[in-house]
Design a protein around this ligand. Sequence first.
Ligand SMILES: Cc1cc2nc3c(=O)[nH]c(=O)nc-3n(C[C@H](O)[C@H](O)[C@H](O)COP(=O)(O)O)c2cc1C
Length: 344
Amino acid sequence: MSTKPIRVLVLTCSTRPGALGPTVTRWLTETIAPRAAELGAELVPVALDDLNLPFLDEEEPGVHRHEHTRRWSAIVGAADGIIAVTPEYNYGMPATLKNALDYLTREWAWKPIGFVSYGHTSAGTRSVQHAKQVVTTLRLVPLGATVAIRIGDGLRPDPARDRAGIGLLDELVRLAHALRPMRERSAAAPGPLPGSYVRPLTSDDASEVAVLQRCCWVDEALANDSLAIPALHESLEDVSDWLSAWHTTGVWRDGRLLGMVRARRTGADWHIGRLAVVPDLRGRGVGRWLLRAAEAAADPGCHRAELFTGAKSLHNIALYHSEGYQTMPPAGPEGTTTLAKPLR
Ligand SMILES: Cc1cc2nc3c(=O)[nH]c(=O)nc-3n(C[C@H](O)[C@H](O)[C@H](O)COP(=O)(O)O)c2cc1C
């Protein structure tokens, strides 16, 4: 799973002149900021009042013709989770929140939403119940944890309320991590196995990649009776460095990295390497699929794909031969076999 920080949108929903909402948001952000830093979460406060969204004026859901919609879409799209700071108006959520929700569709999907509500005797809880039935339609996932403030009590210091705010953030961040694969999958191309998806790997994936390559290249070490294999010796920083320099493809399912490959141009050749598949899913075509994906991504100026593998890695060599690679004079490190195939 990616280690990218979780971005939390803290949304002030009331827009009335003199509204209490900004004061509640200020209390919340000041209270939870230290925990957010511990959790590696970034708080992004946004007031609906500043966005000036008119009543929904887009013709078609998901098509953003207006600049205000594009701006709102970018804000929500970049978030991993939402905390709505909302009053209760007439036993329901404010129209401003409903309108802001209605503007967007896919931008909300598979993000956790927590509520900090406020009102009189009900402390805004009916507003939250109202909002919950709406947000689930958008694939937002409402938290169980909640903060409900009786405004008759004012906003005097209250350690119990502070703890509730921190508890809400904790649950939101956990859920945002857990739902990340759902968010990624809805934006990514399908992979070779049911439920899997494909995306380029980034430096944020270094820990997953390091685990996968150590696991896979131990098999190579055993097959070739050698520990002189670079993939076994790379630090997290090394992995992070090559992830940002090579063209990479990762196959994922439910947040687990199932397989990967990397490629880059070396002279006139397209150099392919680090083809790896988790042990329990070998023999299911994932490696072959990744190899073809790496070839398809070749720089147009390259006329040949080249790779090398352990000279005794017979299983790998059989796969490459079956994909049209031919054994070449050795060009890689000692103890390796070089294979190449014409491209296009
Ligand atoms: C239009 C309107 C409707 C309201 N309805 C309720 C309500 O149903 N329940 C409640 O507890 N408070 C209700 N209130 C009182 C609000 O909780 C209180 O005014 C609060 O400060 C509103 O939040 P805001 O200042 O951020 O707009 C209502 C206030 C307004 C302006």
